[in-house]
Design a protein around this ligand. Structure first.
Ligand SMILES: *[C@@H]1O[C@H](CO)[C@@H](O)[C@H](O)[C@H]1NC(C)=O
Length: 190
């Protein structure tokens, strides 16, 4: 007689399989519902941190989240820009805070993240928006600009996510948002 073979399937595997199928099913159903009819997420109790929030897209994110009732934390290398946006958020009746940060400096990121935790609370939505554009052809770009571009546009994401992931994971509540540019789809000319 053949011995019975037991196949050990860890419960966690089945649970993740179920979750994948469940979310795929929900996604499939939602794909057929017009966007305007979808339920909107309530972010009025969230603390939203926007890097590079002192100008451009970052400023617009700060203003939109203010309108949705979120508390907004603006990080920028340019404190004047960040403070101006804080004023704009306050004029809309929101709560906003400005910090001068160099996101390419990991120690500076961790230190300022601690300040935010003490002054404002646990950040629940992190919008990695800060970025620089060298705007030069490779052969015309000095090495220091290439280092700076990678430090700010790429490496900073690791520092900011590390700085805020602990509380987001512990509370099982929050989002990381990464802003990229359609410019990456363009070919390099030289
Ligand atoms: C800082 O931001 C202010 C206000 O947006 C702007 O007028 C100033 O030119 C900026 N400074 C630098 C160095 O970019």
């Amino acid at each position: 007689m053949q011995p019975i073979e037991y196949v050990f399937i860890p419960f966690s595997f089945l649970w993740y399989l179920f979750l994948i199928l469940w979310h795929a099913l929900i996604g499939l159903i939602f794909a057929f519902i017009p966007y305007a009819l979808l339920p909107k997420k309530d972010v009025s109790k969230d603390i939203v941190l926007v890097t590079g929030g002192g100008s451009g897209f970052g400023r617009l994110f700060a203003l939109e989240f203010t309108k949705l009732g979120s508390t907004v934390v603006i990080w920028d290398i340019n404190l004047t820009g960040a403070e101006n946006v804080v004023k704009e958020c306050q004029e809309l009746g929101g709560k906003a805070f400005a910090y001068k940060v160099d996101v390419s400096n990991s120690e500076n990121v961790y230190k300022t993240a601690d300040d935010v935790r003490k002054d404002v609370g646990d950040v629940t939505i992190l919008i990695n928006n800060a970025g620089v554009v060298a705007g030069r052809y490779l052969l015309d770009a000095p090495d220091h600009l290439i280092h700076k571009t990678l430090d700010i546009n790429i490496k900073s994401h690791f520092w900011t996510v590390k700085a805020f992931a602990r509380s987001i994971l512990d509370n099982n509540h929050g989002h990381f948002v990464t802003i990229a540019s359609m410019a990456v789809t363009m070919e390099a000319h030289k």
